[in-house]
Design a protein around this ligand. Structure first.
Ligand SMILES: *Cc1c(COP(=O)(O)O)cnc(C)c1O
Length: 370
């Protein structure tokens, strides 16, 4: 804190991402990165864009990233006018909060969910209410269907039935539990005058995307990232698909913030990743297969493992303290994520790594829990 800080800077509670330690030979299972490298076509596209002397880097990139919008549109059978792209889906989400979720009524999201949502609410002054997950950590769609009274907010006992917006990840993070398409549709139908944002960061690992529903629901916005299923967390590319009117609001905010959120290399690299469908399917299948083995192995070690449709699993040991487990793993150079939050402070979130990394993890846990 310093006297130079604005009131806004003083009042912020920033998001704390999982650590990126600068230690070699670490088994890093803490931030849901993909264990496989990106498609080899990504490197080829970046090299082609660079050329021999990188002369193109002299020039600004396409502010609208039209090539990328066209690739997303083709892949998901929508029009380019239904696509918004940004510097990671975190940036897309930030614009969503300002452009589509900031109204004079609180927005709803689950009590256990992506912890960036309340941070954006703080940054943009968006009021929110959290909706408790069921005891089995699933989202109950009926809880998001109007006109049920909203749960009371902190310091706000008054209940109102007006909803400013709805956002949830599907599959949810950090639980990994997925909602079926029909359940998402139930929420969309019940809230025709409310934007419903479905953050599908992990949908490619076994869930069913809601993107086809954008044709029928003008209140639906679906957000995707290339960080997880396309192995490009280091490149920062995300996108949203929805009715052109929703996209236009996002463009207005984006063009009031940064004209060029995606650089030249990111645009061509992302296009190549999206076009390499065979590599994408192969790596997603491999992650899913490893996830199933890892879930079974952890269950055999006595862990309660939530059913996961993501590239991570969420598990707790009935007799072992989660913080102690994470500490013991770290001493063996394996890092996983622990959230010091109500209801989930005895869980560990474990990213699905390679088969070898997951075996090292289960071997370590067998030793630790013996
Ligand atoms: C990883 C993640 C994101 C952010 O992805 P980036 O594109 O890397 O910014 C967004 N939402 C959820 C739920 C995530 O887990």
């Amino acid at each position: 804190m310093s006297r130079f800080w604005s009131q806004v800077a003083r009042d912020l509670t920033p998001y704390v991402p999982g650590e990126q330690p600068k230690i070699a030979n670490l088994i890093k299972l803490n931030t849901n990165e993909n264990p496989f490298p990106p498609s080899p076509k990504v490197l080829a596209a970046i090299q082609a864009e660079l050329g021999d002397d990188a002369a193109r880097l002299r020039l600004y990139p396409d502010p609208n990233a039209d090539l990328l919008k066209a690739a997303v549109a083709k892949r998901h059978a929508v029009t380019a006018q239904q696509v918004f792209v940004g510097n990671g889906s975190d940036e897309v989400l930030a614009h969503v909060f300002l452009a589509l979720l900031k109204h004079d009524a609180p927005i709803l999201f689950p009590d256990i969910t992506y912890s960036f949502y309340p941070v954006y609410c703080g940054l943009y002054g968006v009021e929110f209410r959290t909706v408790p997950l069921a005891d089995d950590f699933s989202i109950n769609p009926a809880d998001y269907c109007t006109p049920r009274a909203l749960p009371a907010g902190r310091g706000q006992p008054e209940k109102s039935s007006k909803i400013g917006g709805i956002i949830f990840p599907n599959p949810n993070a950090p639980t990994g539990r997925v909602l079926a398409l029909e359940a998402v549709e139930q929420i969309l139908k019940a809230n025709p005058d409310t934007v419903v944002v479905v953050d599908e960061a992990y949908i490619d690992f076994g869930g069913e995307t809601t993107i086809p529903l954008v044709e029928r629901y003008d209140n639906l916005l679906v957000v995707h990232t290339l960080s997880k299923s396309r192995s490009l967390a280091g490149m920062r590319v995300g996108f949203a698909v929805g009715h052109p009117a929703l996209i236009e609001a996002l463009e207005r905010v984006k063009n009031s913030f940064n004209s060029y959120p995606l650089d030249r290399l990111a645009i061509v690299g992302a296009v190549a990743a999206i076009e390499d469908e065979a590599y994408f399917e192969q790596t997603c299948r491999a992650v899913i297969a490893t996830r199933e083995t890892l879930s079974a192995d952890l269950a055999a070690l006595g862990f309660d493992v939530l059913p996961s449709t993501a590239n991570f699993i969420f598990a707790r040991h009935p007799q072992r303290d989660a913080v102690e487990l994470a500490k013991a793993l770290r001493e063996r150079s394996i890092i996983v994520r622990h959230f010091k939050l109500p209801r989930i402070d005895q869980f560990l979130r474990i990213t699905v790594g390679t088969d070898g990394e997951c075996k090292a993890l289960t071997d370590a846990l067998r030793e630790i829990t013996a």
